[in-house]
Design a protein around this ligand. Structure first.
Ligand SMILES: NC(=O)c1ccc[n+]([C@@H]2O[C@H](COP(=O)([O-])OP(=O)(O)OC[C@H]3O[C@@H](n4cnc5c(N)ncnc54)[C@H](O)[C@@H]3O)[C@@H](O)[C@H]2O)c1
Length: 371
């Protein structure tokens, strides 16, 4: 079983960022005009007189042979692992986002009368998305490997909601449950527990997941299995368990799987092949289940976040500013996302506002994947 507490936290410093040098190629005189034809060039057979350079696959030695590879985009020395539990920064609940408001908006976005489940909801993106669902009218069950943190997150979330909605009598019902999403028995027990408390489940967000960086040839096999176990098996197990309940109830439902832009592009410079492959699997799992469950009125979509500043990524990047600058320089909007940037996306995909959308991948990445 995966225990975050056994993970070590190693961040090796980034190699000195290569200075982008303009390499001057040896001067070649290219005299052929665009309209010149091959038959005209055949007028002489002496290669010395032929001004057209011979094609070659080899980098000219004078140009950059000594420094070949200097612009390679991955750097095996960048390794980021999860810190142990004791070093995990606490994630505060988002402030000022959950109050009642009196601006006109589409009623279709409301989740009133629904029960939503968020895996990995004790902190990070999961916790803030969970808040969005409560703010939109849903009851909530938070599922996490860290049961205690899930309990305290549920309590702070309700407390924050109360503060932002003074005088509101109808408070949301928010519960917390332990589960290791990579274990079928644990998942089924957690779903049964949620049903016992809430009576039904309508929506699911699978946010439990983690990333690690090792160069592929030295990736410890047991860690790779854990990574796929949580990110892929965990997503599959929770989705199928909730879908089974929806089918038995003959009720419509909406599932949002949290993938990553890493499922569509390859991040640099840190090596993370298994994570990227796992997130590609999550994206295609969403599409495949969307098709399989369409006739049951169960929609399945994927959200692929880009680099998001959670309490954890903030801590990692504060300790490693070169990596932060490198990542930020690759994002078209010029900044990392915040967990709050996912609040609208997840509410949209769970609500009737997206009733005809299934199998989609919504990228929330500041434009990263289109460059
Ligand atoms: N933070 C980012 O920049 C980013 C970007 C793209 C995608 N994502 C994805 O978003 C999701 C959430 O990431 P985050 O940054 O909020 O991470 P996080 O570490 O802050 O939160 C993850 C939560 O999942 C829980 N969890 C881990 N293993 C579990 C298991 N086996 N069973 C149940 N719960 C488990 C953890 O206890 C934790 O509460 C992950 O799937 C991640 O891959 C994150």
């Amino acid at each position: 079983m995966f225990k975050p507490s056994i993970a070590r936290h190693v961040i090796k410093p980034l190699r000195t960022t290569p200075v982008i040098a303009v390499t001057t190629r040896p001067a070649t005189t290219f005299t052929r005009s665009l309209s010149q034809t091959a038959s005209l060039r055949k007028k002489h057979n002496d290669p010395a007189k032929d001004k057209i350079p011979a094609p070659t696959l080899k980098t000219p030695e004078e140009a950059s042979a000594e420094r070949e590879g200097q612009f390679a985009r991955t750097d095996d020395s960048v390794q980021i692992e999860y810190p142990p539990d004791s070093e995990m920064p606490a994630q505060p609940v988002a402030q000022g986002r959950g109050g009642m408001h009196y601006k006109r908006t589409l009623a279709q976005f409301s989740l009133e009368g629904k029960v939503s489940v968020v895996t990995g909801g004790a902190r990070g993106l999961g916790l803030v998305m969970a808040q969005a669902l409560v703010a939109s009218g849903s009851d909530l069950a938070i599922i996490d490997l860290n049961g205690e943190e899930a309990e305290s997150a549920a309590a702070s979330l309700v407390e924050q909601f109360r503060k932002e909605n003074p005088g509101l009598e109808d408070m949301p019902e928010v519960t917390a449950h332990y589960a290791d999403v990579a274990s079928p028995d644990s998942v089924n027990n957690a779903v049964a527990e949620v049903l016992a408390k809430h009576g039904q489940i309508d929506n699911l967000v699978t946010s439990a997941g983690f990333t690690e960086n090792f160069e592929a040839i030295n990736y410890p096999f047991d860690r790779m299995q854990k990574l796929w176990g949580v990110n892929v098996d965990g997503t599959y197990l929770f989705a199928t368990s909730v879908a089974k309940h929806l089918m038995e109830r003959k009720a419509p439902g909406s599932i949002v799987m949290i993938g990553s832009m890493s499922g569509s592009i390859v991040n640099v410079p840190q090596p993370q092949a298994p994570y990227n492959a796992a997130k590609a699997a999550v994206r295609h799992l969403a599409a495949s289940l969307a098709v399989e469950w369409a006739r049951h009125d169960i929609r399945v979509n994927c959200i692929s976040p880009g680099y998001m500043l959670t309490a954890l990524t903030r801590k990692i990047l504060d300790e490693n500013p070169k990596l932060r600058d490198h990542w930020t320089s690759l994002i078209p909007v010029g900044k990392m996302g915040t967990p709050e940037d996912l609040m609208g996306a997840v509410t949209f995909l769970l609500s009737d506002a997206s009733k005809y959308i299934t199998g989609a991948d919504l990228r929330v990445d500041g434009g990263y994947t289109v460059t």
